[in-house]
Design a protein around this ligand. Structure first.
Ligand code: SF4
Length: 178
């Protein structure tokens, strides 16, 4: 993904578990998914336990990470998954801002609930990442509530939250496919 970046932003690093190009399971359309490294939630039945260790995965600069993303005009969005993107909220918000500037929509999966996020907006980067996300998929995976019938979630406690409208109205408004 060729893009002009200022040097400080380009050198900002994140710790990631990996990248999936052209995913069709992490949100609508064709997307690039970035799996963040480090997760404190330890959900029983988690499909990605290798992402839990905060020192695991690979540290990578934003510039190098962008080079891993395929330039495909069919990609309409980017998804941050995990691991827990909010553990690296400041860097994730900086990265997300680049995608938003390019007109891509941004989905963020988090093991925190929406309510958790709203009471922690003073934590570094939380407010910024919340504000640029189009959709937050919230809550831990709960294996007793595993549900394959709803697209884009793993268990029925998780919600697809339309961030902009939810913040504007002060109540949770679910994202609906257009
Ligand atoms: S929040 Fe996600 S990555 Fe973290 S333990 Fe739960 S299911 Fe796994």
């Amino acid at each position: 993904m060729a893009i002009g970046l200022d040097q400080k932003l380009a050198a900002t690093t994140l710790r990631i578990a990996g990248v999936a190009n052209e995913s069709i399971v992490d949100g609508p359309g064709i997307r690039d998914t970035i799996f963040f490294q480090g997760c404190p939630h330890a959900c029983p039945g988690c499909h990605n336990p290798e992402t839990w260790e905060t020192g695991g995965g690979n540290e990578i600069s934003i510039l190098d990470l962008l080079s891993l993303l395929i330039i495909n005009p069919l990609v309409t969005g980017v998804t941050f998954s995990g691991g827990e993107p909010f553990l690296q909220a400041s860097a994730a918000a900086a990265l997300g801002g680049i995608f938003k500037e390019k007109g891509l929509d941004l989905w963020v999966y988090t093991g925190f609930t929406w309510e958790d996020l709203l009471v922690n907006t003073e934590k570094p980067g939380f407010k910024e990442l919340l504000k640029i996300a189009d959709v937050i998929v919230d809550g831990p995976f709960r294996k007793e509530l595993k549900d394959n019938s709803i697209k884009f979630i793993g268990s029925s406690n998780q919600r697809l939250i339309n961030v902009k409208i939810s913040l504007e109205t002060g109540r949770i408004v679910q994202w609906l496919p257009t």
